[in-house]
Design a protein around this ligand. Structure first.
Ligand SMILES: Nc1ncnc2c1ncn2[C@@H]1O[C@H](COP(=O)(O)OP(=O)(O)OP(=O)(O)O)[C@@H](O)[C@H]1O
Length: 284
């Protein structure tokens, strides 16, 4: 089992260029972790995702960024196989999204923490661990995995507190710990740092980088906080159900002659508006 000290390092995130240089995990070099072609999703009367084409590479952190309502959660639900009315191609770890074989290979954390309020943090983790890895013979392994997952999210000192008595941020971290139990190859995290203080946010990003670097996990992390974009290896910038850009933060800044990803995003929004509607642009 990998051992690393989450939340203890104040070091900056690893340099993606250096990280890219490390050898890929065996058997994962060729195909991307996620491959989408003409991915379209209809929700109710609306087409929420419109013909998306993109790849998510293995062993890196890809940030999914865009304003509220642009379709980030819908895309994540499609990837983990819980979204209805998905058309086009969506391959995840070499299988069609939603294939039963993917269940134990993906960790998914929704925006709303899914924990039992009347159980302690440890009991919550043991409950889910027993589903993932049942049987008496696995009791020692479950015990170790639960302790590791609780330590991963820095909740050891709250392990015996009832989940219902925790703060919102702490409850989110319990959900994240549940997702880390099975050491998944792909982690899909929907706004995992929302509502957290800056120290916890930094600690969680350190953990995400450890997961990518040490366990070769692939992470897809949504956020609408643009400063978090700088912490990702790659970015998918979304707007109104479309991918506005798919690149590294540095390449985006360079291409748009801007200093921050937020400025790059705004530049691309303006550029897209000009292309889509010259008349509208002339009237601005
Ligand atoms: N059940 C539904 N029926 C119809 N439309 C829906 C439904 N759920 C979401 N939508 C619409 O789909 C669009 C995308 O929603 P989604 O939750 O994926 O956005 P998001 O980018 O994750 O937003 P946020 O950052 O606020 O969570 C929104 O315009 C939303 O109104």
């Amino acid at each position: 089992m990998m051992n690393y000290p989450p939340g203890k390092s104040a070091s900056p995130p690893p340099d993606p260029a250096t990280d890219n240089a490390s050898p890929p995990a065996p058997g994962t070099q060729s195909a991307p972790a996620i491959h989408a072609e003409n991915l379209t999703v209809v929700r109710g009367p609306r087409t929420v995702l419109r013909g998306l084409d993109f790849d998510v590479p293995h062993g890196q952190i890809t940030g999914l960024l865009g304003p509220s309502g642009c379709g980030k959660s819908t895309l994540m639900r499609s990837i983990v196989g819980t979204q209805d009315k998905v058309t086009g191609t969506l391959q995840v770890l070499g299988h069609p999204a939603g294939a039963p074989t993917l269940r134990s290979r993906i960790g998914y954390v929704t925006q709303a923490p899914s924990v039992y309020d009347d159980l302690s943090v440890r009991q919550n983790l043991h409950y889910f661990a027993a589903i993932l890895d049942p049987g008496r013979a696995a009791a020692d392994r479950r015990h170790d995995n639960v302790a590791r997952a609780i330590a991963d999210v820095d909740l050891t000192s709250h392990a015996d507190a009832l989940a219902g008595t925790l703060s919102g941020g702490q409850r989110s971290r319990v959900s994240l710990a549940v997702a880390l139990l099975g050491t998944p190859e792909l982690l899909v995290l929907d706004e995992p740092t929302v509502g957290l203080d800056p120290v916890l946010r930094r600690d969680l990003w350190d953990l995400f980088h450890s997961l990518a670097a040490d366990r070769r996990a692939t992470l897809l992390i949504s956020s609408h906080v643009m400063d978090e974009a700088e912490r990702c290896h790659r970015l998918l910038l979304m707007r109104e159900g479309e991918i506005l850009a798919d690149d590294t933060p540095e390449a985006l800044r360079t291409r748009t002659h801007t200093d921050t990803v937020e400025a790059a995003f705004l530049h691309l929004v303006d550029e897209a508006a000009t292309t889509a509607s010259p008349q509208k642009e002339r009237n601005r």
